[in-house]
Design a protein around this ligand. Structure first.
Ligand SMILES: *Cc1c(COP(=O)(O)O)cnc(C)c1O
Length: 222
């Protein structure tokens, strides 16, 4: 019998271009549900809290999973984050970048990160505004241990479809603009945008990574 998660994944994948990497967001999801997604072929999982991820990682013991941190990271947990996650989508300040880079140097690893940018003002979210990000670019380009791979964005609540699509298009343009700065270390190959409600718009705009939770695992209870 095919489970619900397996069915949902098949439906989603059918509409996705090859170039889009699907990250299953498993926050507040049981390890059994994660196992079903894994059995269906998912190898990228995202969590927003380090402790929760750590517990699941030890229960699952599946070494070929790539773990993605998608939630705000406090500086004092940066070391744990680098140890437990291969990707950090929620790099949201120069200070945190500095900290991650120091740790990556110390433990000789190269975490892949996205710069979280707010394309519209949003008091409820972390991240750089566009002018702030452009102002910090030169400083960010000096970090040699973290691998800055692209941009992550979350649209503010309450936008209509055309506004969300426009926001995603502007994010693509911002990545193009940054690419033209000819940075040494910063790369702009990846765009992490698109969640359950809006991933089709993100795909339309040319995203490379989508972060899907509820549409795979069902509504979260909390
Ligand atoms: C929870 C979360 C997601 C997944 O959201 P869904 O609406 O369940 O798809 C994606 N990205 C971030 C940053 C999140 O916090």
């Amino acid at each position: 019998m095919t489970g619900l998660i397996t069915q949902r994944l098949a439906e989603i994948r059918q509409q996705l271009p090859e170039s889009v990497r699907l990250i299953a967001i498993s926050k507040q999801v049981s390890v059994d549900a994660i196992r079903e997604a894994y059995a269906a072929g998912v190898r990228d999982f995202g969590e927003s809290r380090i402790q929760e991820a750590e517990l699941k990682q030890s229960q699952l013991q599946l070494p070929d999973i790539t773990w993605h941190l998608i939630g705000h990271l406090q500086s004092n947990k940066a070391r744990k984050a680098v140890e437990k996650f291969q990707w950090i989508h929620s790099l949201d300040s120069l200070n945190l970048a500095q900290r991650l880079d120091e740790i990556a140097a110390q433990i000789s690893c190269q975490p892949e990160v996205c710069l979280q940018v707010k394309m519209l003002p949003d008091p409820n979210k972390y991240g750089w505004t566009v002018p702030e990000l452009l102002a910090d670019l030169l400083a960010l380009d000096k970090f040699e241990h973290i691998k800055i791979k692209g941009l992550m964005t979350i649209p503010p609540q309450g936008l209509d479809t055309s506004e969300v699509l426009a926001l995603f298009h502007r994010t693509v343009e911002l990545a193009d603009q940054i690419r033209q700065e000819n940075c040494l270390n910063i790369q702009m190959q990846q765009l992490s945008m698109g969640m359950s409600e809006d991933y089709q718009l993100a795909v339309q705009a040319g995203t490379t990574m989508i972060r899907l939770g509820r549409i795979i695992f069902g509504e979260r209870t909390v």
